[in-house]
Design a protein around this ligand. Structure first.
Ligand SMILES: *Cc1c(COP(=O)(O)O)cnc(C)c1O
Length: 365
């Protein structure tokens, strides 16, 4: 069986470091805040080359807190990708702003800067870009658009820990960025967890206060915030895993290279496009074919697990019927039935990847 995700084997490989780290938290009985949270925030800020890191309960909260911290004008429109997970757009609504979907680039499936620019109105205040599948978005174009139209830039880096754009780690290149440590992400906790990163001191302080009841010290609440903190246990887990992340990303790239080499030239299968001058984190390896469902069933019959990201474009979800963007002729509204995520991760060997490529090739041999 070639698994899509294998957290059991990951834990088995980490046990010697993980068990004492968790036991230490239980022994100290510090479950909220404390040195392990501060240590992880410091380590992750350094890893992402950001001045500040604020641990939060999950990335969905993180996006909402980032939007609140930016304090956009009431009624603002925020442009988000049509091809993403719902958290990217959900946060806009829960923070009190209006969602405007922009299309996916047909080669990388990430947010298309040209379509973003077409959708800017006098009410637009921010763009949430997603470093989709672990590949840095076209940050050069987005930074330029944000500057020219005076928009704030939020990086949804939930899939892109360690990814680099022109030699810089993503997350704090725009105004503020958000990471998810959902267990299945490239850096995953043992439950929900997330982080906000930024180089802006004021945004960092506001985000930290919003996430902790509007306070900096124990009972001095400057405003009403919420409770969205990174658990101490999760921080300890993440500190252990962070030491392995670069090796895991390298292994993901090795698997991707096998896929790109061995699947090149098939006229019925489109491989993912990659941008120059980036370090791709390869959270997902997404291929495209008009026979997606049949290919997925074929691979399942060869005991190869695959995934679909995402089966319904965001504008076509019932939750967004009110926007009427589901019937727009966007790439994103057509790609959702063609994309298939092949298994990728540090649990796989290059030999496993060749088993996958042989099965894919056999589908139309
Ligand atoms: C996973 C994910 C999120 C949400 O992360 P949570 O920590 O589960 O809230 C947001 N955006 C993207 C692009 C994601 O993949």
């Amino acid at each position: 069986m070639i698994k899509f995700l294998d957290l059991q084997s990951q834990y088995a490989s980490l046990r010697g470091e993980m068990d004492p780290a968790i036991a230490g938290i239980l022994r100290d009985a510090t479950f909220i805040g404390g040195a392990p949270v501060q240590a992880f925030e410091r380590e992750f800020a350094a890893y992402q080359q950001a001045k500040h890191c604020i641990g939060v309960a999950n990335a969905t909260d993180g996006l909402e807190i980032a939007l609140e911290a930016l304090d956009l004008p009431k009624g603002s429109e925020v442009i988000v990708p049509a091809n993403s997970f719902i958290a990217s757009s959900e946060a806009v609504t829960t923070a009190g702003y209006r969602v405007v979907f922009a299309d996916a680039d047909p080669v990388t499936y990430g947010l298309d800067p040209r379509d973003v620019e077409r959708r800017i109105t006098p009410r637009t205040s921010a763009i949430i870009l997603v470093h989709l599948y672990g590949q840095p978005a076209d940050l050069g174009a987005f930074l330029e658009i944000a500057k020219r139209h005076k928009l704030r830039l939020i990086e949804d880096a939930a899939q892109a820990h360690g990814a680099e754009w022109e030699g810089r780690r993503v997350g704090a290149i725009g105004d503020i960025g958000v990471f998810s440590f959902y267990p299945g992400k490239n850096l995953g906790a043992y439950g929900d967890a997330g982080a906000i990163v930024t180089n802006d001191d004021a945004l960092a302080q506001r985000s930290r206060m919003i996430a902790n009841h509007g306070r900096l010290d124990k009972y001095n609440h400057r405003f009403e915030g919420r409770n969205s903190r990174l658990d101490t246990l999760q921080a300890a887990v993440l500190s252990v895993k962070l030491r392995h992340l670069d090796a895991w990303i390298d292994q993901r790239n090795a698997i991707a290279r096998v896929y790109l080499n061995e699947l090149a030239g098939l006229d019925w299968l489109t491989l993912p496009g990659s941008r120059a001058a980036v370090r791709h984190a390869y959270h997902l390896f997404v291929v495209r074919t008009s026979e997606r469902d049949r290919l997925q069933a074929h691979l399942a019959s060869h005991e190869i697990q695959t995934g679909v990201h995402y089966p319904i474009s965001l504008p076509k979800l019932q939750a967004y019927d009110y926007l009427g963007q589901g019937s727009e002729p966007m790439h994103a509204n057509r790609l959702d039935v063609q994309l298939l995520s092949l298994p990728i991760g540090e649990h796989l060997t290059e030999a496993d990847a060749r088993v996958v490529t042989e099965a894919v090739r056999a589908f139309r041999a």
